[in-house]
Design a protein around this ligand. Structure first.
Ligand SMILES: [Zn+2]
Length: 279
């Protein structure tokens, strides 16, 4: 770390220590240490070896992939959802919680893995506008209904052929209880997305900003790239421009440029959190 970086890090640490309120914006980078890395070929080959024969080498290739066979679709989806559901307490999330738990905090995250919820962040203070993989919905959709995915997933993963990744019990392929049509995770990946479950989160965020916007506020953005910059990155920069008394910290390995006056930290979140937490 050069002297300039060290100074920026110290500035960030001071800003967090003296803040009354912290607005966290977390992207995919936040969940990488927990093992959710859609670009990682190594963990993909280890977890889904049968997928390699079809030419897939990392998870991101299967986002929105038009499967030709529902047995492969649900064989893979149920396995990857099962792996995500298994995740619980995570060291990086726990460190972030420790950093903010005694302050007024609020979280906006594009992550759909529920890791904030699983790591003690309060439900009312976490807004997940991109949805939640633990819920299913009709892919039409024929109604605004969403339902629990976990029971269905745990049943499916018991019936996957390890040689082909196919779901061997076609009767377990999830169907909409209403119209019998296709089902998908309740995540924002097309016009079919049902956002009703997340509207309260937007209300909570607005109320939180009303209550805390005038206080000593820090925007703490972590691992947010350019996949969906309209959800966190750009709104955070706009809010910072309006609240000039606030501090702005961006932790990002690839895109750490910040608006004037902000603090850009080009480092991994683990390193930054460890330094923030040392006395
Ligand atoms: Zn339906």
């Amino acid at each position: 770390m050069n002297g300039g970086d060290r100074m920026e890090l110290e500035r960030a640490k001071q800003a967090i220590a003296s803040a009354d309120a912290i607005l966290i914006g977390a992207g995919a980078g936040m969940s990488v240490p927990a093992g959710i890395d859609l670009m990682d070929t190594k963990s993909f080959a280890k977890n889904y070896p049968a997928m390699l024969q079809y030419g897939f080498t990392f998870g991101y290739q299967l986002m929105g992939y038009p499967y030709h066979d529902d047995r492969l679709k649900w064989g893979y989806l149920s396995a990857s959802l099962h792996n995500m559901f298994q995740l619980g307490k995570d060291d990086t999330y726990q460190k972030l919680f420790k950093l903010v738990k005694d302050k007024e905090y609020f979280v906006v995250t594009t992550n759909i893995d529920r890791l904030f919820h699983k790591n003690d962040f309060s439900e009312e203070r976490v807004y997940t506008p991109q949805g939640d993989t633990s819920l299913f919905q009709c892919k039409l959709p024929c109604s605004d209904e969403v339902w629990d995915a976990k029971v269905l997933v745990e049943e499916m993963v018991k019936h996957i052929d390890p040689e082909t990744q196919f779901l061997t019990r076609e009767d377990l392929i999830p169907r909409c209880p209403n119209c019998g049509g296709e089902v998908y995770m309740n995540v924002r990946s097309g016009g079919f997305f049902i956002d009703d479950p997340y509207l309260q989160g937007q209300v909570n965020l607005n109320n939180w900003l009303k209550d805390n916007g005038h206080k000593k506020l820090v925007f703490l953005e972590i691992g947010v790239g350019y996949n969906t910059p309209g959800v966190i990155r750009f709104p955070f920069e706009r809010m910072y421009a309006q609240l000039q008394h606030a501090d702005f910290i961006r932790i990002n390995m690839d895109d750490s440029n910040v608006p004037l006056g902000g603090i850009g930290l080009q480092m991994d979140i683990e390193t930054a959190l460890n330094i923030f937490l040392t006395n």
